[in-house]
Design a binder for this molecule. Sequence first.
Ligand code: GAF
Length: 393
Amino acid sequence: MIDQEMKKAVLDSFEKVYGKNENVKAYFAPGRVNLIGEHTDYNGGHVFPCALTIGTYGAAAKRNDKKVRFYSVNQEKFGVYEANLEDALNPSEAAGWVNYPLGVIWAFEKRGMKLDAGFDMVIYGNIPNGSGLSSSASLEVLTGFILRDLYGFDVTNQDLALIGQYSENNFNGCNCGIMDQFAVAMGKENNAIFLDTADLSFEYAPIKLDGAKIIVANTNKKHKLTDSQYNARRSMCEEALSILQKKLDIKGLGDLSIEEFEANKGLLTDPDMQKKAKHAVYENQRTIEAVKVLKDGDIARFGELMRQSHESLRDDYDVTGVELDTLAEEAWKIPGVIGSRMTGGGFGGCTVSIVKDEAIENFKKTVGENYLKKIGYEATFYTVEIGAGPEVI
Ligand code: GAF
């Protein structure tokens, strides 16, 4: 579902900033919301995200020289950022948001796909900034998709996800897993993606919420500690894995059943590390069960698993914070809320809730009022729809 106004705005902006160009094309890549399976993707576990109909719009055209130029309608004040493909590409503070597209060009070149000429690009997104709905993965996949289209590179959508993750890990310094880029690149309308991050096998699962909708609530928390905290959680899980591997033949914490974990958790003598590993193992099993109960039509159990997921992220994994906890805990009190939990990396960002149609108004009003009372500023609510992957529009 392409927003024609966004498309027009990004094309108009391209013309205003770079001048008329008959070769310009418009593109779209979605954001994503994860329904369940949090902080499991870098532990070889399962995730269950879906692409959204909101995302990042792009307009781009090739140039005859080696310049690459970038402009964001969302960050007009930042102006046009220019780099030259003849120079080495490096991340820098001055490049701001442009570090994401630059990182993708760099990652293509690392794979032997050199750009024979530069290009001009404008982006315009309608994913709330820093909300944990993967605005950066959306921009990475959009850039990769544009490069494939402009230069004819032979890469699949799954490759675009891997290239995006590689650039984020090695150019932008966030050790993220594959979930976000995969959900963005492989999205399918009205379907969530049940992905096993151990081997990237996946299946689409239709989401038919008769009489209910997916509501995303943004904490609007200003300061997020994301990258450093995120990388610290990942390192701790990796350390737990290497300790367990001395006794067990496993490749990731996602290989462990709950029984195996309980029988061996004593090997993790640091109580904090044991809690982090526990979350990774239990959350993976919850995700597998969640997809099964969804197929069986047991949406109530799906909602219960969403709640358990949040509680585990709050109590064991410690990535929620008072803002996300308030949104989720207030949601659980509302009749007609099937499930609610934080989504994405945490420390701020959004919750995802499944709410019956007749309860949506009361949900937004009551949760919104109680959030404002406790936190001191407002949350924002969005009814979201599940969209497809990247496309030329
Ligand atoms: C962020 C990361 F980018 C994902 O890879 C994933 O780990 C998620 O946090 C937590 O589930 O969105």
